[in-house]
Design a protein around this ligand. Structure first.
Ligand SMILES: NC(=O)c1ccc[n+]([C@@H]2O[C@H](COP(=O)([O-])OP(=O)(O)OC[C@H]3O[C@@H](n4cnc5c(N)ncnc54)[C@H](O)[C@@H]3O)[C@@H](O)[C@H]2O)c1
Length: 260
């Protein structure tokens, strides 16, 4: 029987890339996305047509793909989604929002939404998936963090707080779920050109205003962004048996950003 992966934020961007990559390796997909805007964010999130496009891309590879319009802030909806294909082996907690603001421009709504989606949403995803992973004898939970989960990037305080928080969450669950043969790891991409890039569009003007912060955002390798396929390759590795003894690790796909 084919393995099954639950992927959040699967309608577009990196999430769609992970869905297609895992499907190409024979995995069936439960593709979750909010398919609606979040008012405090100044850029559009995915729509239902994006999620349908992910479904078509997975099905073109001969795999099953169940679309689920759900918000990762809704634990009950995630619990329903996790059981849809009768088994669960892989979880990619990828859904996220982001934006750049000076600290005194962060409204209570921005703080709440970023923490609720990027931190609590990951917790909700893990909690919803766990009973199915345990029942199946184990699995791989892959949490998409960021370079922001490993260093103190200015103008991104709520995002850094959430992306750092999920590192602690992953380490804790990696210990707690080891007895169930569930591995839990985080991936830390550098900038990736996706729909979220529009959310970070104000970052350059903030760096220009505070030029001493510029070097914090520069990668060691001579690229400004990594590709979705680079991150999907890391997802595929952590999902695979080749990573059977890899748990509680922070896998950087960051062109050396965090060693600077
Ligand atoms: N783009 C970057 O530069 C970058 C770098 C490092 C890490 N990341 C992380 O990678 C992950 C994927 O982002 P992306 O770059 O593909 O951006 P994206 O905006 O294209 O994709 C994010 C997806 O998550 C969905 N989503 C947002 N809130 C949701 C919610 N509450 N419930 C369910 N779905 C929701 C969106 O609709 C969208 O389809 C995010 O966790 C992001 O923080 C992005």
């Amino acid at each position: 029987m084919a393995k099954v992966a639950l992927i959040t934020g699967a309608a577009r961007g990196q999430g769609r890339g992970h869905a297609v990559t895992l499907a190409s390796e024979g995995v069936d997909i439960i593709a979750v996305d909010i398919c609606a805007p979040v008012a405090s964010m100044g850029y559009p999130l995915a729509g239902k047509e994006d999620l349908d496009q992910t479904v078509r891309a997975v099905e073109a590879l001969g795999r099953r793909c169940v679309p689920v319009v759900a918000d990762v802030r809704d634990g009950a909806a995630l619990a329903d989604a996790a059981g849809l294909l009768g088994r669960l082996d892989i979880v990619v907690a990828n859904a996220g929002i982001g934006g750049a603001w000076e600290w005194d421009q962060v409204t209570p709504e921005i703080w709440r939404d970023v923490i609720d989606i990027n931190l609590t949403g990951v917790w909700n995803t893990c909690v919803a998936a766990a009973p199915h992973l345990i029942a199946g004898g184990g699995g791989s939970v892959i949490i998409i963090s960021s370079t922001a989960g490993l260093k103190g990037q200015p103008f991104l305080a709520p995002y850094v707080a959430a992306k750092s928080g999920i590192v602690g969450l992953a380490r804790s669950l990696a210990n707690e779920w080891a007895e169930h043969h569930i591995r839990v790891n985080t991936i830390h991409p550098a900038g990736v050109e996706t729909g979220m890039s529009a959310g970070f569009a104000t970052l350059q003007s903030l760096i220009d205003k505070h030029p001493h912060t510029g070097p914090i955002f520069v990668n060691a390798l001579d690229v400004e962004v990594v590709e979705i396929s680079d991150v999907s390759a890391a997802v595929a590795y952590l999902a695979s048996d080749a990573a059977r003894y890899v748990t509680g690790t922070e896998l950087k796909v960051d062109a050396g950003n965090t060693i600077r």
